[in-house]
Design a protein around this ligand. Structure first.
Ligand code: NOJ
Length: 471
């Protein structure tokens, strides 16, 4: 399948390229920049949500699944974008949000039985939402309490209702008919809930991925990861045929096998959260690599940017790691330039504090970075320091390294195996190649073989460097 070792570039549409000067990125802007993606050498791109939305969760609160947010364009613009992408051999993934809609989606009023309601006048249990607080809110109009796994503006759909299943299947068909090549499926571990709405017991052991402190004290066995989720996903698969389905499952690899019965790939969150330390990286990678079909990912629009998480000194080695692991990898827009977290906005747009991860991409050194002719909705960070144009013409830039890796990764060969290495070095074989990643600030022994790529010049394996050799 085309996606098995694909590199997918994540576009955050509001922050990629504005075409009409309103300061918000849009679909025509993306069409204008397709040559950049083709030049970079990625196989596909994923668009974070483009649908109409009241923006309580910046598009993840959908009010119409089969249209486009007017700020981002129109269905005609989607057609043009898909055509432009396909002409260049790029595939397009949309973001599908099956577990919840905006409370402003007409379904919430027209089909209240498509949602999950408390059987009593108040929260029926102790469940906690992903951003903190109760998962239950009172609907002022009906006086009843509805369930929401995320913000109160995002009501959870009831996938036990066959009408919900059929409605979402027709959404899937709508976009595939228009030419989408697949979907990134949002929060699929939240699609189905315990039918009895039982209380969560206290957590006996800490959950291995970061949770909101309100949620971390509970063992989320009834509100997340129900076995019936596989049936719900099968219904999506039935509509999707062999289009790519990449699942967002907020679980370590050990909890992902059942999702992989239906979806093609799931994100490796253990890698995304791993400290930049060889043993911990290996512990994060090994179980996912064994299971296979993981999409390697090191940052996205929800969590710290790569430059901020691993530090600018490790960015080059992190690029080598991300793009030489076996299988598919996702690159979040701006990471290829080394964009760090920014200050966000004051007052903030996102109540969960994620604005700083979503600053626009800088295309050139001008004050708005070539992103917009107007006032950007979030500031463009230091465009004179870091932009596509200058890094494109500099063979020593991080962007040039990404491009080289995207080309080189195709020749690494099959197989994957960790090999012994000095402390602080992560080393593995891919075909007849060895990749060595030095996570320390000290020089280490270079891997043996013909040097194909080094991230830093110097003797042996320099501090913070990664190398690829042919044995
Ligand atoms: C995961 C998305 O990536 C995030 O941005 C969103 O807030 C939640 N799912 C809820 O849809």
């Amino acid at each position: 399948m085309w996606w098995e070792d694909a590199v997918v570039y994540q576009i955050y549409p509001r922050s990629f390229q504005d075409s009409d000067g309103d300061g918000v990125g849009d679909l025509r802007g993306i069409s204008r920049r397709l040559d950049y993606l083709a030049w970079l050498g990625v196989d596909a791109f994923w668009l974070s949500p483009i649908y109409p939305s009241p923006l309580a969760d910046f598009g993840y609160d959908v009010s119409d699944y089969t249209d486009v947010d007017p700020q981002q364009g129109s269905l005609d613009d989607v057609d043009a974008l898909f055509a432009g992408a396909h002409e260049r051999g790029l595939r397009v993934l949309l973001d599908l949000i099956p577990s919840h809609t905006s409370i402003e989606h007409p379904w919430f009023r027209e089909h209240p039985d498509w949602y999950i309601w408390s059987p009593i006048d108040g929260p029926p249990n102790n469940w906690v939402a992903a951003f903190g607080g109760s998962t239950w809110s009172r609907d002022e109009r009906s006086g009843r309490w509805y369930l929401h796994s995320f913000y109160p503006e995002q009501a959870d759909l009831d996938w036990r209702n066959p009408e919900v299943v059929r409605a979402m299947q027709s959404v899937v068909r709508f976009w595939l008919d228009r030419g989408a090549d697949g979907f990134r499926l949002d929060a699929i571990d939240r699609m189905v809930k315990d039918v009895e709405l039982r209380d969560e017991p206290p957590a006996a052991v800490p959950f291995p991925l970061p949770l909101h402190p309100d949620a971390a004290v509970l063992d989320r066995r009834h509100s997340v990861g129900q076995p019936e989720v596989v049936d719900a996903l099968r219904a999506i698969r039935e509509a999707a045929g062999d289009a790519l389905l990449v699942g967002e499952v907020f679980e370590p690899a050990s909890g992902c096998a059942r999702y992989l019965e239906v979806v093609d790939l799931v994100f490796s969150f253990e890698l995304l959260f791993s400290p930049w330390e060889a043993d911990q990286l290996r512990a994060a990678i090994e179980p996912a690599a064994e299971l296979g079909r993981f999409a390697w990912v090191m940052s996205n629009h929800d969590f710290d940017r790569l430059a901020t998480r691993v530090g600018p000194e490790n960015l080059r080695a992190a690029a080598v790691l991300l793009l030489t692991l076996p299988g598919a990898a996702f690159v979040y827009q701006g990471d290829e330039l080394g964009q760090p977290n920014g200050p966000g906005a004051d007052p903030p747009y996102d109540r969960a504090g994620r604005d700083g991860l979503r600053h626009p991409l800088a295309w050139d050194a001008s004050s708005s970075g070539g992103f917009t002719t107007g006032t950007p909705w979030l500031a463009v960070l230091e465009p004179a320091e870091r932009n596509v144009e200058s890094q494109r013409s500099d063979p020593a830039s991080l962007l040039a390294l990404y491009r080289r890796l995207l080309e080189l990764r195709r020749r690494l060969g099959a197989g994957f195996q960790f090999v012994d290495s000095e402390p602080g070095v992560l080393a593995y074989e891919r075909g007849d190649h060895v990749v060595a990643v030095n996570t320390t600030a000290k020089q280490r022994e270079a891997p043996k073989g013909e040097l194909l790529l080094t991230t830093h010049e110097g003797p042996e394996l320099p501090p913070h460097a990664a190398q690829i050799v042919r044995k």
